[in-house]
Design a protein around this ligand. Structure first.
Ligand SMILES: [Mg+2]
Length: 232
């Protein structure tokens, strides 16, 4: 049995608009009423996220002072994973077609995400994605989970998944951040990083995934080709 474990935000959903709206809101809240700030364009902002530039630095580059930048960073953290901002998420290019292909080929598919149950359910309902993921293939955080850092929390989620899931002949992880790569590598799982998410290739290289590819559909095609070759 071939198993694919995929991250959600990045490979399947494009979160850039959500992050940008939250940036704009927090910048507005953190500045003084008369203070001129420099609102970054979306492209510029998103490239900074992809370069892994710290939130406080983004605040300072937008014209805030250091104290305001700390407040901006705190606000952002409190806001980015809340409603109504999830409404700005859109499906990544080719996501539905690729999920349909996986389902059609009876590949065992699990999702592994730092979203909370309610946040994952929201997107599943909105984009009718629930049909692609069995109830016991949804690895996410409980609604009351106290998050630490993704790079710590995600390997724990992977540990739980590997303890619970029936054994597979071949397992691959697909994700867009260092947390996905760390989770897979800590448990000796092959990992493909995608460039369509919140990190660019240069950053991803640092974490040494097995492969870096354009997006989810390219990653899945490579996994399927590899599997067919093994089957001979
Ligand atoms: Mg992600």
């Amino acid at each position: 049995m071939l198993r694919i474990i995929t991250d959600f935000d990045g490979p399947i959903v494009d979160v850039s608009e959500r992050y940008y709206r939250v940036y704009q809101l927090c910048l507005e809240k953190a500045r003084q009423p008369q203070q001129q700030v420099k609102v970054l364009g979306k492209k510029e902002f998103w490239q900074m996220k992809r370069d892994r530039i710290a939130e406080t630095e983004i605040g300072i580059l937008s014209g805030l002072n250091e104290e305001q930048a700390l407040e901006f960073s705190k606000l952002r953290k409190q806001t980015v994973h809340t409603q109504p901002y999830f409404e700005y998420d859109v499906l990544a290019e080719g996501a539905i077609e690729t999920l349909s292909k996986i389902q059609h080929l009876h590949v065992d598919l699990a999702v592994m995400t730092m979203r909370r149950v309610r946040e994952l359910d929201y997107a599943f309902t909105k984009y009718d994605l629930g049909k692609f993921f069995l109830e016991n293939r949804r690895y996410c955080l409980a609604n009351d989970y106290v998050k630490t850092r993704d790079i710590e929390d995600k390997p724990l989620l992977m540990q739980r998944a590997l303890a619970e899931l029936p054994p597979a002949t071949d397992t691959w992880m697909i994700g867009d951040t260092e947390a996905d790569i760390a989770a897979a590598k800590r448990h000796n799982i092959k990992v493909i990083a995608v460039e369509c998410g919140i990190r660019d290739r240069i950053k991803l290289v640092d974490y040494q995934p097995d492969l870096i590819v354009k997006n989810f559909s390219v990653a899945v095609d490579i996994i399927l080709d590899n599997w067919q070759q093994q089957a001979g």
